[in-house]
Design a protein around this ligand. Structure first.
Ligand code: PMT
Length: 417
């Protein structure tokens, strides 16, 4: 069994591209941060850098061939897969990305990464055309949706003579992201905090069989609730009707309408330290709910009279206490930043997570998102990433905001004046 009390173990996968030589520097930077690094190379990678280089730098044998006699009795790819605290592939070619997306395991690296349960991070490097190819982009989205973290390549002059996106990101930044991923894995920095999250759509009934709703799947809110619970928070999840499993360790409160969301949230808000509103409550409801199924009007058109629903975020914002951190979302299709800033102020939020829901890979019913985290003083645009990773970034920022507003993240009444 691997000794998990020892140094953190990074399995570094190296694939066959000109940037393979930069993996030597990544290895050294990871070692400087106190990590033990084991290298797995593809056959093509060995044409760019000799395994002996990585063997000498890492102090461990380099795995290349699945059928080589193993140095120990353990099946080598399984042993490495289990040993990893983080599996980093840098550089990652279009080929390994495609194999990972399809679950292909036909060499040592693809087999080992398929077998691992450790968090996986990839730093792609390739020609711009290959990077921009829809096949590569689809594969990346698939991997991100499964929780693989991607250090997107930089733009610049490439070894093939082209200029554009596809250059391996700065090695120091890759090492930094790897360190952060290792640090984040299993951290319990929200213990003692009460966090309420809203998720999913609301349903506003028209008659006994019909309703007004929207395309929210609940994935964003559930990712936040799951991440906060894993980080030790006591989480209440107010959820509209969705087809998702209840995250472990979370108190789930089902709601149906915007009015119900306001009531359930209102009953609980004073006891919370953090409120994160990822739900998409309907802004309007039917003025009258027909007691019977509405019949066709015999060819004539039909007019539904709607009345405005309460703004839950604004109502809760008006009750916000000094120690509380409130976060809202803004789902926008145009003038994203301006609309988000307006909502930040109007709903008395500390932060708003703006997503342009017209962008591929962002917003409703996908596993990824592209968001900008906006406070009154700052704006941080994040690249396309899985909703799980967006959730972690939001929580990191929430903790920073709590530190600046209270000097602590502990329970109100204990430390707050
Ligand atoms: O659920 P997914 O499929 O994963 O999709 C995620 C998402 C797109 C729903 C999510 O990322 C998101 O943007 N949620 C907010 C959707 C929304 O209603 O946006 P809005 O700009 O209309 O509202 C702004 C804020 O006010 C939101 O925090 C919303 O929860 C809140 N609101 C809105 C209307 C209302 N009547 N009461 C509210 O409290």
């Amino acid at each position: 069994m691997p000794d998990k009390t020892a140094k953190k173990c990074v399995v570094l996968g190296v694939t066959g591209g000109i940037a393979a030589y930069k993996a030597c520097e990544i290895l050294r930077l990871l070692q400087k941060r106190g990590m033990d690094v084991f290298v797995v190379m593809t056959k093509n990678a060995t044409r760019f850098v000799a395994p002996l280089t990585f063997e000498t730098l890492s102090g461990h044998p380099v795995a290349v061939d699945t059928f080589e006699r193993p140095a120990t009795w353990e099946v080598e790819h399984i042993a490495l897969a289990k040993r990893a605290d983080l599996f980093l592939i840098a550089p990652a070619t279009a080929n390994i990305i495609a194999k990972m997306a399809c679950g292909i395991a036909d060499d040592m690296l693809s087999t080992t990464v398929l077998a691992t349960r450790a968090p996986v991070m990839i730093a792609p490097a390739m020609n711009t055309g290959m990077w921009e190819n829809p096949a590569t982009q689809d594969n990346l989205r698939t991997l991100m949706a499964r929780g693989v973290q991607v250090v997107a390549p930089a733009s610049g002059h490439l070894a093939c003579g082209d200029s554009g996106a596809g250059k391996l990101e700065d090695v120091a930044l890759i090492a930094q992201r790897a360190a952060e991923a290792l640090e984040g894995f299993g951290k319990r920095d929200m213990e003692g905090l009460r966090v309420m999250v809203t998720a999913g759509p609301t349903r506003e009934p028209l008659d006994p069989v019909r309703y007004i709703s929207n395309r929210s799947s609940g994935k964003m809110g559930y990712a936040i609730a799951r991440a906060a619970a894993k980080r030790g928070a006591q989480v209440t999840l107010l959820s509209g009707p969705v087809a998702l499993q209840k995250p472990e360790g979370v108190d789930l409160v089902p709601i149906l309408t915007t009015q119900e969301l306001l009531e359930r949230a209102g009953e609980r808000i004073d006891a919370q330290d953090v409120l994160i509103q990822a739900a998409a409550p309907a802004d309007y409801r039917a003025k009258e709910i027909a007691p019977q199924k509405i019949k066709k009007q015999g060819g004539a058109g039909m007019t539904l009279e709607l009345v405005e629903n309460p703004d839950v975020a604004a109502a809760l914002g008006a009750r916000k206490q000094r120690h509380q951190v409130f976060v809202g979302f803004a789902a926008e299709t145009n003038d994203v930043q301006a609309h988000a800033r307006d909502k930040l102020a109007r709903k008395n939020l500390d932060m708003i997570v703006a997503n342009d829901v017209t962008k591929p890979g962002a917003g409703f019913d996908v596993d990824t998102n592209i968001v900008t985290l906006m406070t009154r003083e700052s704006s941080l645009a994040l690249e396309l990433m899985s909703k799980d990773e967006v959730a972690q970034r939001i929580l990191d920022r929430v903790l920073e905001l709590r530190r600046t507003c209270t000097g602590t993240h502990s329970i109100p009444g204990k430390n707050d004046p």
